[in-house]
Design a protein around this ligand. Structure first.
Ligand SMILES: Nc1nc2c(c(=O)[nH]1)N[C@H]1C(S)=C(S)[C@@H](COP(=O)(O)OP(=O)(O)OC[C@H]3O[C@@H](n4cnc5c(=O)[nH]c(N)nc54)[C@H](O)[C@@H]3O)O[C@H]1N2
Ligand SMILES: Nc1nc2c(c(=O)[nH]1)N[C@H]1C(S)=C(S)[C@@H](COP(=O)(O)OP(=O)(O)OC[C@H]3O[C@@H](n4cnc5c(=O)[nH]c(N)nc54)[C@H](O)[C@@H]3O)O[C@H]1N2
Ligand SMILES: [Mo]
Length: 764
């Protein structure tokens, strides 16, 4: 039997601190995943469900976007994937009695952890104007309310349609079509806060805003650089790929302000050696870089390579690239003193990395939030591309760019048109297929949506999944912005903070998750997703849905579209067969096949075992669909975050027991922290200078040019081997510290890895 949800809300600021681990996974990971799954689902349901994860007839793990190998292991999931599955497939339920018992004001005082622990949502709920409690509402009435509020807007741009990255391709395609038929490109998504910097940098330099490598490339690489990523926690199955690469002779370099356990040593839980032995040592060279020092590192590396004999692939550059001379001149001017200050690394380590590079024919660079969430994130990633282009490491086996995506279908959602700045070609194709004129003006991204709500310009906020209030920066500003809306709507599986910080009216629309069986009048339906490496495959849930009231995301979009756009029969301008879409996802896929390049014969190709790979010009044929038609070198002046004396730079990161804003538990096992989340990790030398005793309680106060002090109270100081000058604490508790206007140049991504803070003794 599954255990009941906790009644009380445990204190989160009294953690225990032990020694950090030096290896990831192994037997403890297996034990943790099964225990948590058993608590939420009961042992039998847990086992049968977990055996379906990432199998060809099963469902795509809602954990992360890491691809499945050709021949999946019998248990192709990881500890954290199992937690994500258990979180969704839990047997706990939230019913109308729950909402009757808890006023919204009380729920707003609860932690995100407690809210999530209550179970799956089971019926549509309405919080009416002036009401204190959510009450049940019929689906028809719910859609009528949204339609009514949309009609009352002066302009369609008064609405914003957010997407979190779990939404299937079919739902995403229908959703963006609905928004554009309504007349707006306001389609912000979690990507705006995540890998947008990668998309911006890669589109400009290579012409495709996605990674250029497959799993096979990783297995063939000579050198893999992992910068700004913690795969042991966030992409555990990547460790299996790194282990395999390592056994084939690859060298692995990790660039990180923290010594992350997963990158040091990996005990593969899928084989006996990993379960009981010492595991595989993964990292050959660890560069403990200062926060935001990566641009300086790659500039210095490029400078060294330009000086080395025969290091530059002149043939590749002459045939495929532009801008090499300007880049080379800039790189040659790199000032070593500036590099040392920005990176905090001994120069010998950078030289050692250069030697590894020169000894390697095929190189891959992997990265995640450690590179993307900085003010200079886009130039940093552009400089990574310069580094790879220099030696022709794009568009051949074993080499390329590997931005490791987060949400399991965040890449697919973008491919389907979830983007506030769609290309004209995409809009042309969409408009032609459905005989309507899509809006051409760019819409709002996540940060601009918050500004527009704050300023009263966006009045209807609709979210397809996610937890916008908790995931966004500047929590107080974002919450006030949400409260100014006329209507906030969330299509969700679980209760979260965004349901209780609401507009004048609010709706919770409960939906099926990945693990649930999706049955319509046309039989069992499956959906499709695209992984981090551009492979599209199907996902089919098998569990009985938590309630017969739930609709799929596709059905919700289609019924809403019908209610908001009015009756349109096929053949009429703008006619979309919404009813067919809702009943048969093949009919959605047939349209995707006609609108989006690479999806021709979608319904046939996706039924092949393992699905199919989307075309990728740079990878497949060294064709670069950039504005110049070539791969572009870029000039990226050296910058690094500036931190005044007496302050540290804070990065906000994930613990081992969370999925973004979903908190599974209060432990961060690999970092040795248990029983709480309100900790701040500080280097002992910095702590000594700042007078921060181990175990002391402090308030974190961020400083920004607007002069406002943003405060996160009561964090326990932990002395930890982080790079000097930086500190680390968990997201989302620290989002209150990230100023809304502190965003990356070009991509507008919040600088969640670079917040200047001071410490004040905590009250009480
Ligand atoms: N279990 C689990 N899996 C997840 C998620 C989750 O929350 N839980 N989230 C998913 C999502 S949406 C995403 S985007 C990914 C996130 O995956 P990650 O990017 O791995 O997540 P973070 O915890 O933000 O970790 C950032 C890493 O970058 C390092 N870092 C920070 N700043 C810098 C820097 O300036 N330079 C360098 N070189 N390193 C730096 C940090 O020390 C840390 O190791 O994971 C996905 N998978
Ligand atoms: N300070 C700071 N802020 C950050 C980050 C950071 O590193 N630091 N990281 C950023 C990143 S990388 C990201 S991606 C964003 C994440 O932002 P979001 O994607 O908005 O947040 P999540 O926490 O992943 O959303 C969790 C909610 O999604 C709903 N959900 C889960 N599964 C489904 C489903 O199948 N369908 C539907 N409709 N709903 C579902 C559940 O109700 C759950 O409560 O946060 C960003 N914010
Ligand atoms: Mo993300």
């Amino acid at each position: 039997m599954a255990k009941q949800a906790p009644q009380s809300d445990p204190a989160q600021d009294a953690p225990q601190v032990g020694a950090p681990h030096h290896a990831a996974a192994g037997l403890p990971a297996v034990g943790h995943s099964l225990r948590m799954a058993g608590e939420q689902m009961g042992a039998r349901r847990a086992l049968s469900t977990l055996l379906k994860v990432n199998q060809q007839d099963g469902f795509d793990c809602p954990g992360c976007a890491w691809p499945e190998p050709d021949k999946p292991h019998l248990a192709e999931f990881c500890e954290n994937g199992a937690k994500a599955v258990a979180e969704e497939a839990t047997e706990r339920r939230i019913n109308r009695e729950f909402f009757a018992a808890h006023p919204v004001a009380e729920l707003a005082e609860r932690s995100g952890y407690w809210l999530g622990q209550q179970g799956r949502l089971t019926e549509p709920m309405l919080l009416d104007e002036g009401a204190t409690h959510y009450v049940p509402v019929s689906w028809d009435r719910a859609f009528a309310i949204v339609a009514e509020e949309l009609k009352a807007l002066d302009t369609p741009d008064g609405a914003a349609f957010y997407t979190s990255g779990r939404t299937s391709n079919e739902a995403a395609f229908a959703y963006q079509l609905f928004a554009r038929q309504l007349g707006t490109n306001n389609l912000p998504d979690c990507s705006n806060m995540c890998h947008e910097s990668s998309g911006s940098a890669l589109t400009e330099t290579l012409g495709v805003g996605k990674g250029s490598v497959s799993l096979k490339d990783l297995y063939q690489a000579d050198l893999i650089i992992v910068a700004g990523q913690n795969p042991g926690t966030n992409h555990p199955r990547m460790l299996s790929a790194l282990e395999r690469a390592k056994r084939a002779g690859a060298k692995i370099v990790s660039v990180n302000p923290l010594p992350e356990a997963g990158l040091e040593r990996f005990k593969n839980p899928q084989n006996a050696r990993g379960l009981v032995g010492h595991g595989t040592k993964l990292t050959d060279l660890f560069l403990q870089i200062r926060l935001g020092g990566d641009l300086a590192l790659f500039r210095a590396l490029n400078q060294l390579l330009l000086k080395a004999d025969g290091a530059v692939d002149h043939d590749f550059i002459a045939e495929h690239c532009l801008g090499f001379e300007d880049f080379a001149a800039e790189a040659a001017s790199t000032d070593t003193a500036e590099v040392l200050a920005a990176t905090g690394l001994p120069y010998e380590q950078i030289e050692e990395l250069a030697r590894l590079v020169l000894a390697s024919d095929k190189i891959i660079v992997c990265w995640a939030m450690g590179l993307t969430q900085h003010k200079h994130a886009v130039p940093t990633i552009r400089e990574v591309v310069n580094f790879l282009l220099l030696r022709g490491n794009v568009g051949r086996p074993g080499a390329g760019v590997c931005p490791v995506r987060g949400h399991s279908n965040v890449q697919g959602d973008r491919t389907m048109g979830i983007f506030e700045r769609p290309s004209q070609a995409f809009l042309d194709s969409l408009g032609k297929e459905f005989a309507f004129e899509p809006p051409r003006e760019h819409g709002l991204d996540a940060v601009d949506t918050i500004r527009a709500m704050r300023d009263g310009k966006v009045k209807v906020f609709f979210a397809m999944g996610g937890n916008f209030v908790a995931a966004s920066p500047d929590t107080e500003v974002t919450e006030a912005a949400m409260r100014r809306c006329r209507l906030t709507v969330h299509v969700s599986t679980k209760l979260n903070r965004s349901h209780v910080i609401t507009g004048s009216r609010a709706l919770i629309l409960p939906t099926l998750g990945r693990t649930d069986k999706d049955r319509t009048s046309q039989g069992d339906q499956f959906v499709t997703v695209e992984d981090s490496m551009g492979l599209v495959h199907s996902s089919r849930g098998g569990l009985r849905p938590p309630s017969s009231e739930l609709l799929s995301e596709v059905a919700i979009v289609c019924r809403l579209a019908r209610a908001a756009l009015g009756p349109q029969t096929p053949g009429n301008p703008g006619g979309v067969p919404w009813e067919d879409f809702a009943e048969s996802y093949d009919t959605v896929r047939d349209r995707i096949a006609r609108v989006i390049p690479g999806f021709e014969d979608f319904n046939t190709k996706v039924r092949a075992p393992g699905g199919f790979a989307l075309p990728h010009g740079p990878r497949d044929s060294r064709t670069f669909p950039t504005h110049t038609g070539k791969a572009n070198f870029t000039v990226n002046p050296l910058t690094a975050p500036e931190v005044p004396a007496g302050r540290l730079l804070l990065q906000t990161l994930r613990s081992h027991d969370q999925y973004n804003t979903t908190i599974y538990g209060l432990d961060d096992r690999y970092r040795g922290i248990t029983g709480g989340r309100r900790v701040v990790l500080v280097n002992p030398a910095d702590a000594a200078e700042l007078g921060l005793a181990e175990g002391a309680y402090v308030d974190l106060v961020s400083e920004w040019t607007d002069g406002v002090d943003r405060r996160a109270p009561h964090f326990k100081v932990v002395h930890y081997p982080v790079a000097r000058g930086g500190a680390a604490a968990y997201y989302p508790e620290t989002n209150v510290l990230v100023p809304l206007d502190s965003t990356a140049d070009i991509s507008n991504t919040p600088t969640s890895k670079a917040v200047v803070i001071r410490f004040e003794a905590a009250a009480g």
